[in-house]
Design a protein. Structure first.
Length: 423
C-alpha cells in the first residue's frame, strides 16, 4: 500500500483555494463555446511556459486506440485467490496492484510479477501492469522499465501498461514521460499505455504520452445523500472526453470511504468529522457508472479493492457488487465503443440522454445529473407508440412520450433510467 498511500498524500494535501479556483475554471473550460476554450488554452500556455508538441516529446504521436472490449479495472487488488475471485464475481476483468514491479528487479521481484500475471490468467483476468512510473521516470530508470516490458510483454494476461499515476501532481510534464512512452511503444506496440490524472492544473497536457486517458475524482465524502457533488465527476469526464481526441477515456470511480485515508488520531478529515465520512450508496454508484457510460467512456476503473474493504468489508459485496454486475451485463448487451448516440436535451445541462444499439435490441439511458428531485421533460427521437421496458435496477415508472418529448414525474436525485426499446 506504500504506492497507494503516496497517491493519497498528494491528494489530501491539495490546496483548497486552488481546487476551488480549478472547480470554477474547469466548469468554464468544459462547457464554454469553442472560442472561449481557445482563449483559455492560449492564456494557460502563456502562464505555464511553452507548449509541448508530439514532435517535441515523442518520435510519433500517441496511437489512437479503439478498445475491442469494455475494460472494468479494479485498482489495488492483492494477489490472493480471495481477492481475484471477489473482483471477478463483480464483473471486473482487469486487475492492478501498486508496487507490483518496483525495483530492484531481482529474482524475488520477477517471481512476484510472474505470480500476479499467472494468477490473473487462472481467473480469466487481464492485468493493468503498474510500471512504478513515479520512481522510474523521476529517477531516469529507463533501462529498468525496459527490462519489465521485455520480460512480460508476451504474457497472455497482460492487457495495459500503467505508465504513471497523476504526473501533474508530481510536477512532471509530457516531455518527462516521453522517453518511457516511446520505449514501451517500440518494445510492445500493440498493448496500450495508460496514464491517470487528478483534477489538477495541467492534467490535460499529456495526450502525446498516453493511449488511454484515465482520470480520477472522488466526490462522496462527508455530505449526506443527495448532497455529494457527483456532478464534479460528470464535468471532469466531459473534459476528458473532449481532451482525449478519440483516445479511450476510462474514469477511475470511487470505490472506498475517505475515512480509510484518515489517521487513527484524526477527528476530522477533508473538513468533515471522520464519523461522517461514508461510502457511495447504491444510487450514487449507479450514477457514477452510468453517467460516465452515457458520456461515451470506453471502460471503467474503480479505486480501490484494498481501500474498499478497509472500513466496512461488507460494502463491496452488498452495495457495490450488484451495481458493477449490472453494468457488466449492460456492456455485454451493447457495443459501448461504437454504437452510442448522444441525444439532444434542449437547453438542459443536467440531463444525460443516450441511445445504444445492441445485437438484440436498442437501449436508452436517461440520467438526472442533479441532486434535485424533480420532473424531467426532454426531447427524444423515438417512433410513436414506442414502449420503454425498464432494465436492470431501474425503478418501475411509466414515462410519457408526447410531441417528441419524454416526461418522467418525480425523478429522484442522481437517478438513472435504463430502458430497452420495444414496440
Amino acid at each position: 500500500m506504500a504506492r497507494s498511500h503516496s497517491r493519497v498524500e498528494v491528494k489530501s494535501t491539495f490546496d483548497v483555494v486552488k481546487f476551488r479556483f480549478m472547480n470554477v475554471t474547469m466548469k468554464k473550460y468544459f462547457y464554454a463555446p469553442v472560442t472561449t476554450v481557445i482563449v483559455m488554452l492560449a492564456l494557460a500556455l502563456l502562464t505555464t511556459g511553452p507548449s509541448v508538441s508530439a514532435q517535441e516529446t515523442s518520435g510519433a504521436p500517441a496511437q489512437v486506440y479503439t478498445l475491442k472490449n469494455f475494460p472494468m479495472v479494479m485498482y489495488a487488488t492483492p494477489a490472493t485467490d480471495e481477492a481475484f475471485g471477489a473482483v471477478r464475481d463483480m464483473g471486473i476483468d482487469y486487475v492492478h496492484l501498486y508496487g507490483l514491479t518496483k525495483g530492484p528487479l531481482d529474482d524475488a521481484a520477477f517471481a512476484r510479477i510472474q505470480h500476479y500475471l499467472d494468477l490473473a490468467q487462472k481467473y480469466h483476468l487481464k492485468v493493468m501492469l503498474d510500471m512504478d512510473g513515479a520512481r522510474r521516470v523521476q529517477g531516469n530508470q529507463l533501462d529498468e522499465m525496459r527490462t519489465v516490458v521485455q520480460r512480460y510483454k508476451n504474457h497472455p494476461a497482460l492487457g495495459i501498461w500503467y505508465l504513471f499515476d497523476e504526473p501533474d501532481n508530481k510536477k512532471l510534464k509530457a516531455k518527462d514521460l516521453a522517453p518511457f512512452y516511446d520505449m514501451i511503444k517500440a518494445e510492445s506496440p500493440n498493448i496500450p499505455i495508460a496514464v491517470c490524472h487528478a483534477w489538477t492544473t495541467h492534467w490535460y497536457a499529456f495526450n502525446d504520452v498516453q493511449d488511454i486517458l484515465m482520470q480520477d475524482i472522488y466526490p462522496v465524502s462527508g455530505l449526506p445523500f443527495p448532497e455529494a457533488k457527483l456532478n464534479n465527476q460528470t464535468r471532469f469526464t466531459n473534459g476528458a472526453m473532449n481532451q482525449a481526441k478519440g483516445r479511450p477515456v476510462i474514469p477511475a470511480l470511487q470505490f472506498f470511504n475517505w475515512r480509510s485515508m484518515a489517521k487513527p488520531e484524526d477527528k476530522e478529515y477533508r473538513k468533515y468529522p471522520v464519523e461522517k465520512l461514508r461510502y457511495p450508496n447504491t444510487q450514487e454508484m449507479r450514477y457514477l457508472c452510468y453517467s460516465t457510460i452515457a458520456q461515451g467512456v470506453q471502460g471503467l476503473a474503480f479505486y480501490s479493492y484494498m481501500r474498499g474493504v478497509m472500513i466496512d468489508p461488507q460494502w463491496p459485496t452488498k452495495v457495490a457488487a450488484p451495481v458493477l454486475r449490472e453494468v457488466r451485463e449492460f456492456t455485454g448487451l451493447i457495443n459501448p465503443v461504437t454504437n452510442i448516440e448522444h441525444l439532444p436535451t434542449g437547453e438542459a445541462t443536467d440531463v444525460l440522454l443516450s441511445r445504444w444499439k445492441g445485437q438484440n435490441g436498442t437501449y436508452v439511458i436517461l440520467v438526472n445529473a442533479s441532486s434535485e428531485a424533480r420532473s424531467i421533460t426532454t426531447p427524444i427521437d423515438l417512433p410513436a407508440g414506442t414502449k420503454l421496458q425498464k432494465w436492470g435496477q431501474t425503478r418501475d415508472v411509466t414515462p410519457t412520450m408526447k410531441d417528441g418529448n419524454i416526461t418522467i414525474d418525480q425523478v429522484q436525485p442522481w437517478e438513472v433510467f435504463v430502458w430497452c426499446v420495444g414496440k
